[in-house]
Design a protein around this ligand. Structure first.
Ligand code: GDP
Length: 178
């Protein structure tokens, strides 16, 4: 009889960013490997747990969705309490969601401690086409992430592109945490 291996550590990761950028879709895609068109903002659980294997270690990620609080700009300090990581998300096709990242960063910096892992994510890359000139450029995302000492990834919760890379990058920094 081999005892199944449980996770060695559990990390709390919270998601922030404007309403509609795809936070719920990202979490759903990662936890269920599927894309769902609509979410009821008021129903549902606070977080989902997913275990991942990272460098031979099994860790659990507790992924917290804002449950629609961001619509009312009422994200409380409590939401960031004991967060090991924060994913700050914008929509690559919507400039204002990128501009707002600076506001989100103010709340984040107020709510977390120095060791918290930060990841900036530009979501909805599947909507970019060659002619689309109004989108947020990759280099601008990179630059902003650098400024805040955050990792940077571009994803599509719809196609699944970039999701694994984001979770891998996040998990490997979480593993290095004390
Ligand atoms: P949240 O408010 O940040 O949690 O955003 P949701 O996950 O509820 O997504 C808002 C809308 O954008 C929904 O209609 C989703 O289906 C859609 N959406 C989310 N991610 C993507 C994506 O990567 N590509 C596309 N095309 N649509 C997306």
């Amino acid at each position: 009889f081999v005892k199944p291996k449980g996770p060695e550590r559990i990390f709390k990761v919270v998601f922030v960013g404007d309403s509609g950028v795809g936070k719920s879709s990202f979490i759903h895609r990662f936890c269920n490997d599927s894309f769902k068109g609509t979410f009821a903002a008021t129903i549902g659980v606070d977080f989902q747990i997913k275990t991942v294997e990272q460098d031979g270690h099994i860790i659990a990620l507790q992924l917290w969705d804002t449950a629609g609080q961001e619509r009312f700009r009422s994200i409380t300090k409590q939401y960031f309490r004991k967060a090991d990581g924060v994913v700050i998300m914008y929509d690559v096709t919507c400039e204002s969601t990128f501009t707002n990242i600076r506001n989100w960063m103010l709340s984040v910096e107020e709510g977390v401690d120095d060791g918290t892992v930060l990841v900036l994510v530009g979501n909805k890359t599947d909507l970019i086409d060659q002619q689309n000139s109004g989108v947020v450029k990759t280099k601008d995302g990179n630059k902003l992430a650098d400024e805040y000492g955050a990792l940077f990834f571009e994803t599509s919760a719809k196609s699944g592109s970039g999701i694994e890379e984001t979770i891998d990058g996040l998990s490997s920094l979480l593993q290095e945490k004390e």
